[in-house]
Design a protein around this ligand. Structure first.
Ligand SMILES: Cc1cc2nc3c(=O)[nH]c(=O)nc-3n(C[C@H](O)[C@H](O)[C@H](O)COP(=O)(O)OP(=O)(O)OC[C@H]3O[C@@H](n4cnc5c(N)ncnc54)[C@H](O)[C@@H]3O)c2cc1C
Length: 553
C-alpha cells in the first residue's frame, strides 16, 4: 500500500495531526494512520483517571481526540468520511527511511512520501532490571487502553483488596487515588524523599502526601521494590522492599517512568536527549520525515534549549504545528511556479544575508495567505494532573529558587495554593492547585512573560494576586503610555496593537504577549510603581474594571 502521508502511531499526536490534515484539506486516500492499538486515537490521560473510576466512568467512544482540548470528538466514522485510512492493530517492526518503506509484523509493506513519526513512549518495566518475580500475574503497567482494560478487570476481581503502587510520579499519584476510590487498601512506594520530585518542591509535595494520607493511602518513601511473592496461580501476593518490609498485594501497579519509542529509526536519523531531533517545525534530519509528541526533541525557544516533553499538551500542539508547516509549504509550491535555478539563487542570496530559509517561506506564505504566517514553535511547558478532588496546573520552568504561597494545609476546605520558581530575578515557573480557569490563565501568563521580582518575601505574600494583577497592571501602563488615563478595554487593545500586537478576538493577555520590541517586564515594573502612586478609586481601578469587562484582562 502506498500513501502520500503516513502517520506512524495512533495516539494523541496522531489524532490531532489528522484533524489538522483535514482542516488543511487533505484529499481522500492521501493520508494513513498506522497504529499498534486496536482503536482510533484517544485522549490517553483519561486512562489513569476516569477510566478507572467506579462511578462516572469514561469509556470509548467518549474520549476520542480531540475532546481533551474542547474540540470535536473524532469517531472512527470521521476518518472514513475524510478518506483517511485508519490501519489499526498493526505494529510496524521495520522502518527504512532511505526507501520510504515501513514493514508490519505480519509482513505488509507501506510506502509513503512524507512520514510523521508519532510513536510516543513505552513504559519502563521492572523485568528490564531483572527484579525477582516481576513477571507475576496482576502486576500492571499503564500506557495503552488494553492495559487499562486488564487493570479494570483485576480491580473487579480483587474487589476491596490490597494494592501496592510502585512509583511516586504522575502515574503513581493518579493510580493510588483511583485505586483508593475503588476502595482498595493502597500503599504507594518510591525511593525519593518526596513524591513527584521532578516537578514538586518539598513544600508542594508535603500537601499532597498529607492529603493522600488523610484519604487512607499509606505512603512509603526512601525504598524500592526488590521482589514479588506469588501464589500457585502465578499471581502476585506480596511486594518485598529493599528496607526489609513486605507488603501484601492483590494488585501491583508500576509507574516508574517511560522511554521514547525511537528504536525503529536508530542509526537512520539524528537523535538528541533520547529523542528524535527536530527543528521548530518538527522536521527531522531526514527530508520528508517529521517527529512529534513524546518522541521529538525540539528547540524550546523560550529557554533557548532543546528539550523533549512527555505531556499531552505538547503532543497536541506539536502535531498541529508539523502539519501546518506541511500545508503552508505545499501551498507555496502550488501557488507559485518557481524555476529551480531561481530557487537556488534565492536560497544563496538569503543565506548570504544570514536569513534562514524558514523565514523566507514564512514571508512567502505570509504574502500568499492573506496575512497568515506560521511562526516557529514557541512552546510554554504546561503540565496538569487531577486526582481525588484535586487539580493542579504548572506552566514554565521549574528551576531556581521557589516560594510557596496560599493555603497549603491538607485539611483546608479550599486547598488553593501554589508556588513560583524564580531564576535570575524573574519568575520563570508557576504552579497552582485548585485554580479557576482565569487564575490558571494568569499563572500561565506569568510563566510566559517572566516578570521581575524584587523580594521573594513580597512575592510569597502577594501569592496569586501577583499573577492575577500583572495583566491589569501591564494593560494599565500601556494605556497610560498611550496618553489615556482611564481607557476602555478596546482602548487598551488599540494601544497594544499600535505597538505590534495583532488585532484579533483573543483578548488582551494574548495581545500583550504579541507586543514585540517592548520589554514587558520593564513595563510591568514601572506599572507597579505607577499603580502605587494612584489614589484608591482612581484611574487604575477604572482600568481594571473597564478592561475586565472587555473579557481579556
Ligand atoms: C496513563 C497515562 C496518563 C497520562 N496523563 C497525563 C496527564 O494527566 N497530563 C499530561 O500532560 N500528560 C499525561 N500523559 C502523557 C501523555 O498522554 C503523552 O505525553 C501523550 O499521549 C503523547 O502523545 P504521542 O502521540 O506522542 O504518544 P502516544 O499517545 O503514546 O501514542 C503513540 C502511539 O504509537 C503507537 N505505536 C508505537 N510504536 C508503534 C509501532 N511500531 N507500530 C505501530 N504503532 C506504534 C502506540 O501504540 C500508540 O498508539 C499520560 C500518559 C499516560 C500513559
Amino acid at each position: 500500500m502506498a500513501f502520500k502521508y503516513v502517520i506512524l502511531g495512533g495516539g494523541v499526536a496522531a489524532g490531532y495531526a489528522a484533524r489538522e490534515f483535514a482542516n488543511q484539506g487533505v484529499k481522500p486516500g492521501e493520508l494513513a494512520i498506522i497504529s499498534k492499538e486496536a482503536v482510533a486515537p484517544y485522549e490517553r490521560p483519561a486512562l489513569s483517571k476516569a477510566y478507572l473510576f467506579p462511578e462516572g466512568t469514561a469509556r470509548l467512544p467518549g474520549f476520542h481526540v480531540c475532546v481533551g482540548s474542547g474540540g470535536e470528538r473524532l469517531l472512527p466514522e470521521w476518518y472514513t468520511e475524510k478518506g483517511i485510512s485508519l490501519i489499526l492493530s498493526t505494529e510496524i517492526v521495520k522502518a527504512d527511511l532511505a526507501s520510504k518503506t515501513l514493514i508490519s509484523a505480519v509482513g505488509d509493506t507501506y510506502k509513503y512520501q512524507t512520514l510523521i513519526i508519532a510513536t510516543g513512549s513505552t513504559v519502563i518495566r521492572l523485568t528490564d532490571f531483572g527484579v525477582q518475580g516481576a513477571d507475576a500475574k496482576n502486576i500492571f503497567y499503564l500506557r495503552e487502553i488494553d492495559e487499562a482494560d486488564k487493570l479494570v478487570e483485576a480491580i473487579k476481581a480483587k474487589k476491596n483488596g490490597k494494592a501496592v503502587v510502585v512509583g511516586g510520579g504522575y502515574i503513581g499519584l493518579e493510580l493510588s487515588a483511583a485505586l483508593r476510590i475503588n476502595n482498595f487498601d493502597v500503599s504507594m512506594v518510591f525511593p525519593e524523599p518526596w513524591c513527584m520530585p521532578r516537578l514538586f518542591t518539598a513544600g508542594i509535595a508535603a500537601f499532597y502526601e498529607s492529603y493522600y494520607a488523610n484519604k487512607g493511602v499509606n505512603i512509603i518513601k526512601g525504598t524500592v521494590a526488590v521482589g514479588f511473592g506469588t501464589n500457585g496461580n502465578g499471581e502476585v501476593t506480596d511486594v518485598k522492599l529493599k528496607d526489609g518490609r513486605v507488603l501484601e498485594a492483590d494488585i501491583v501497579v508500576v509507574g516508574v517512568g517511560g522511554k521514547p519509542l525511537t528504536t525503529l529509526f536508530k542509526g537512520q536519523i539524528e537523535e538528541e536527549k533520547g529523542g528524535i531531533k527536530t527543528d521548530s517545525f518538527f522536521k527531522t534530519s531526514i527530508p520528508d520525515v517529521y517527529a512529534v509528541g513524546d518522541v521529538a526533541t525540539f528547540p524550546m525557544k523560550l529557554y533557548d534549549e532543546i528539550r523533549r516533553v512527555e505531556h499531552v499538551d505538547h503532543a497536541r500542539k506539536s502535531a498541529e504545528q508539523a502539519v501546518k508547516v506541511w500545508d503552508l509549504i505545499k501551498r507555496l509550491n502550488s501557488n507559485f511556479y518557481v524555476p529551480n535555478s531561481v530557487m537556488m539563487l534565492t536560497e544563496m542570496f538569503l543565506k548570504a544575508f544570514c536569513i534562514d530559509l524558514d523565514t523566507y517561506f514564512q514571508f512567502a506564505i505570509f504574502a500568499s495567505e492573506q496575512g497568515k504566517s506560521i511562526s516557529e514553535y514557541d512552546y510554554l511547558p504546561y503540565f496538569y494532573s487531577r486526582a481525588f478532588d484535586l487539580s493542579w496546573q504548572f506552566y514554565g520552568d521549574n528551576v531556581g529558587e521557589t516560594v510557596l504561597f496560599g493555603d497549603s494545609k491538607p485539611t483546608s476546605p479550599t486547598h488553593k495554593f501554589g508556588s513560583y520558581w524564580i531564576k535570575d530575578g524573574k519568575v520563570v515557573g508557576a504552579f497552582l492547585e485548585s485554580g479557576t480557569p482565569e487564575e490558571n490563565k494568569a499563572i500561565a501568563k506569568v510563566a510566559r512573560v517572566q516578570p521581575p521580582v524584587e523580594s521573594l518575601d513580597q512575592l510569597a505574600t502577594e501569592g496569586l494576586t501577583f499573577a492575577t494583577e500583572m495583566k491589569v497592571i501591564a494593560a494599565y501602563l500601556l494605556a497610560v503610555l498611550g496618553g489615556n488615563a482611564s481607557p476602555s478595554a478596546d482602548d487598551v487593545k488599540d494601544i497594544l496593537c499600535s505597538v505590534g500586537a495583532e488585532a484579533d478576538n483573543d483578548g488582551i493577555e494574548l495581545l500583550l504577549t504579541q507586543v514585540k520590541g517592548k520589554d514587558i517586564t520593564e513595563l510591568i515594573a514601572a506599572g507597579r510603581e505607577k499603580l502605587a502612586s494612584v489614589p484608591a478609586g482612581g484611574g487604575a481601578v477604572a482600568v481594571s474594571a473597564s478592561a475586565s469587562s472587555g473579557g481579556g484582562v
